[in-house]
Design a protein around this ligand. Sequence first.
Ligand SMILES: Nc1ncnc2c1ncn2[C@@H]1O[C@H](COP(=O)(O)OP(=O)(O)OP(=O)(O)O)[C@@H](O)[C@H]1O
Ligand SMILES: [Mg+2]
Length: 356
Amino acid sequence: MKKFSLTDLFRKKPKPTLGVDIGSHTIKVVEFSGGSKKVVKKVGRALLPQGAIVDGSIKDKEVVQEALHKLISNLQPSLKRVSTSISGYSVIVKKIHVPYLGEKEIEENLIVEAEKYVPFEISDVYIDFSVLSTHEDGDGGSDIFLVAAKKEVVDEYANLLEGVGLTPSVIDVDAFTLVNAFELAFGKVEEPAVLIDIGASKTNLNIVRKGMPIFTRDMTIGGEQLTEAIQEATGLSRDDAEAVKIAGTKDNVLAKEISDVVVEMAGLWINEIKKAISFFKTSATPEDFPTCVFLSGGTSMLLGLEEQFSSGLGLESRRLNAFNGNKADKDIDREYLASVAPQMAIASGLAIRSAE
Ligand SMILES: Nc1ncnc2c1ncn2[C@@H]1O[C@H](COP(=O)(O)OP(=O)(O)OP(=O)(O)O)[C@@H](O)[C@H]1O
Ligand SMILES: [Mg+2]
């Protein structure tokens, strides 16, 4: 028998995937052309009704599937293989130290290690890891990110994708995906940075250095909380509060009321984020201390947020445009692309994943 054949090599070559980010508020889809020069081929989003997805778990499968189906039918992506990511209580990402060296040895002992840290039955979760650093001298061992995700939830997402004719190939977690999006925009950056994705119901904070996440934390803050606060302060209905939050209003009195609520709420978020960064610093060396912040997620598109974060955190804060420096197909409107870029960060990070 031949040892290898070209066709086999081709088959084993990792293939590009479609990035599908199923958030609690909006489904986001991004497709890049394959090859090293990434060209944005498709970008789209679809709104979900409140309650369809709660804490990362699909509550109304029919509604979510219908929205995804419509979005995919409109976009007509050429890729069927999908990368998606999950989050919420059913996913655990933990930085741990293991007394092993090398991927193989870690893998062989992963279950024993995971049992110490995962608060679920090990038979109920998929586990994986990513090596952060190895210590060949000293007491040896490796620092790894341990990832455990409830099978029930992973399977739920996989079923959903299969239900609309897509093939789930990579299931990742938001933290790692965000780092991919950052790298897509800027390459491997030496300087440590804080990546903050503020969605509708949650925020993912990541500190990244040289292309590696070195700290990650999920926080229960987001745009939905802000819509509720606007609703309370103005007496508007939920839908009207959501609409004026996004599009603003010509009514000056109302506009002032809303901007006060935004500034107050963002102040609370900044405090939470400051606490997370301080906590990270207590166990980090100064060369890992972040020097800048990149904001993403739909809520990062709030007017004035960059400035408030910059002064509140004392770190220059900018929105992340994952499409930065990448070409886009000629039928994609440039203004639209730039306007949705921060919300598309996770979907873009997923879209550059390839699968075997
Ligand atoms: N232009 C805008 N200005 C302010 N807020 C916006 C804007 N566009 C969208 N949002 C808000 O962003 C949120 C949706 O963002 P995103 O798509 O990142 O969330 P999600 O991924 O669906 O949610 P999560 O990750 O929390 O489950 C909503 O709360 C929405 O109101
Ligand atoms: Mg999200």
